[in-house]
Design a binder for this molecule. Structure first.
Ligand SMILES: Cc1cc2nc3c(=O)[nH]c(=O)nc-3n(C[C@H](O)[C@H](O)[C@H](O)COP(=O)(O)OP(=O)(O)OC[C@H]3O[C@@H](n4cnc5c(N)ncnc54)[C@H](O)[C@@H]3O)c2cc1C
Length: 484
């Protein structure tokens, strides 16, 4: 037990917890306070879902491979960590949708399959004439608005028809969320679209207002894609954060098992019998793990998630002598459900990120699993690799055999923001503030799954925590840390 409670314990050493710890350290030091912080991580390594390895000259991302450049939190953190010069931008290129065993270009002028400009969609062979007519109807008539949140799938079906949802929107969304479009919260996933298309406005016109100004990358400027990573892989970010936690005690192989209220502060119990006392806590964990730690007094706290997270696996295949096949002049493809394919998405990583493979070599990264094919994730590696290879041979006419493959399973790792997510999150935060003041939730289960959103949430939790300590006059205490 600490002689004097710590300022804070951060539980979870993924990017959310690391960003939170880094900003907490800064925030306390800025106030002239020697930070007394601990970060608990159950695994032997930090980084959570971010994991990069190398093999035979290939750079392999086992979890996320990049982050979107347009959200500022990640860029600012990267600059503050002195890593900006190591950033690499994705190469642009055509992305495809598989239908049957053929690849069709994703029409230009769409955002996640939702039309911003109609022309390219109307010229695309992906939709039938009836499907196109149904999309055009959005310009003229649609049913009354529903109050509050609604399923994204139902909303897009009402506005644009089933075809564009099933053939375009659903597979593109599944590529990010690995869930079911019919259950996603419109307000959580598309807050701007929800607001802009209310009051009887055409969705397509609203999309034009929101995104019509975005310019495609100029010809010949291939490496101006929307995503960023680091020359040595995404793990450069979490490794640098870890290096910078000089004023935070990092405890790996340390699983938090319970939080209790104790003498005006909190006691974090660890599975191995140790404990830490702290004035405040950041829970940078998947929702189920966070909820399981809350004390009995917190059982009045409503859960945020109403759908279980889904499982996926990614399969990286390395081809040292390159590959042949059709359509290999783009960045990858996604696969609608119900087509009999195991693959849900595939990236030609060596084309999107030339630094990840030796010259002349190819690196493919395919996904399987998600809400509609959970069982395959539990199959043996060989069965997963065989299913992916069979699909690649059919869809892209791939003929080569990979020199090596890596299968990485992510069980229950993809949070599902179901209808009502934002309201539940607000209620949960209010209930936490009342029952457990100084305990903050952050991470992929709550305010966005992408890395910039996770970083932003970690940073916001850090700011809120410093405010909490300041308001309660808890910043002027001695500087020792003992772990029992
Ligand atoms: C396969 C895959 C691909 C993705 N691709 C992208 C992408 O390309 N771009 C993008 O922006 N996002 C992507 N994402 C999403 C993004 O990677 C995650 O949302 C983000 O990394 C989550 O970070 P986090 O810190 O919130 O959670 P996590 O990374 O899950 O970290 C939570 C940590 O808490 C630890 N923990 C759990 N329970 C306890 C406990 N009781 N005590 C102590 N520690 C505990 C865990 O071991 C873990 O390290 C992807 C996600 C997956 C799974």
């Amino acid at each position: 037990m600490s002689a004097e409670p710590l300022h804070a314990v951060i539980i979870g050493g993924g990017v959310t917890g690391l960003a939170a710890a880094f900003r907490l350290q800064q925030g306390l030091a800025d106030q002239g306070v020697m930070p007394r912080l601990a970060l608990l991580e159950s695994a032997p390594r930090l980084g959570g879902k971010i994991r990069t390895t190398t093999r035979d000259g290939f750079l392999i991302e086992h979890g996320p491979d990049s982050f979107v450049a347009s959200k500022p939190a990640a860029g600012q953190l990267v600059r503050d960590l002195g890593l900006a010069d190591d950033l690499v931008r994705s190469h642009t290129g055509q992305a495809f949708i598989a239908r049957g065993d053929r690849l069709y270009p994703i029409p230009a002028g769409t955002m996640m399959g939702i039309p911003v400009r109609l022309g390219p969609l109307l010229r695309s062979p992906l939709l039938s004439p009836a499907g196109k007519l149904r999309v055009v109807r959005d310009l003229f008539a649609h049913g009354p608005d529903l109050a509050g949140d609604q399923p994204a799938g139902a909303f897009f079906r009402r506005r644009l028809g089933n075809e564009v949802v099933d053939r375009l929107i659903e597979p593109l969304l599944s590529g990010i969320y690995a869930g079911d479009v019919n259950h996603y919260s419109l307000q959580a996933l598309f807050p701007q679209i929800d607001r802009a298309s209310r009051n009887g406005r055409s969705l397509i016109r609203a999309m034009g207002t929101l995104y019509g100004h975005a310019k495609p990358a100029p010809a010949g400027n291939q490496n101006r894609g929307p995503f960023l990573t680091f020359r040595t892989g995404l793990q450069a970010l979490t490794a640098r954060l870890e290096e910078r936690l000089a004023m935070c005690t990092v405890l790996r192989n340390s699983t938090a098992s319970a939080i209790r209220k104790q003498d005006g502060h909190y006691r974090v119990e660890l599975a191995d019998g140790r404990s830490l006392d702290a004035h405040a806590i950041i829970l940078a964990l998947p929702d189920a793990a966070a909820t399981s730690l809350l004390p009995v007094a917190g059982s009045a706290i409503p859960p945020v998630a109403t759908l279980p997270p889904t499982s996926v696996a990614n399969v990286v295949m390395a081809f040292p002598h390159g590959i042949t096949g059709t359509s290999l002049d783009g960045t990858g493809f996604v696969v609608p459900r119900g087509t009999g394919h195991a693959i849900t998405a595939c990236t030609w990583s060596h084309l999107k990120w030339p630094h990840v493979a030796p010259r002349g070599a190819a690196l493919l990264r395919s996904y399987i699993g998600g809400a509609h094919d959970a069982q395959l994730v539990d199959a043996p590696d060989e069965a997963i690799v065989d299913a992916v290879m069979a699909d690649l041979r059919r869809i892209t006419q791939l003929r080569e055999t990979p020199a090596f493959c890596h299968v990485t399973r992510w069980k229950h790792a993809m949070p599902q923001y179901a209808v009502g997510h934002l309201d539940r999150l607000e209620q949960t935060r209010k209930a936490m503030a009342a029952a457990l003041p100084g305990v903050f939730l952050a991470g992929a289960s709550y305010g966005g799954v992408g890395l910039p959103d996770c970083i932003r949430q970690g940073e916001q939790a850090a700011h809120a925590l410093v405010d909490h300590l300041t308001q309660r006059n808890l910043l002027n205490t001695p500087e020792t840390l003992h772990v029992d």
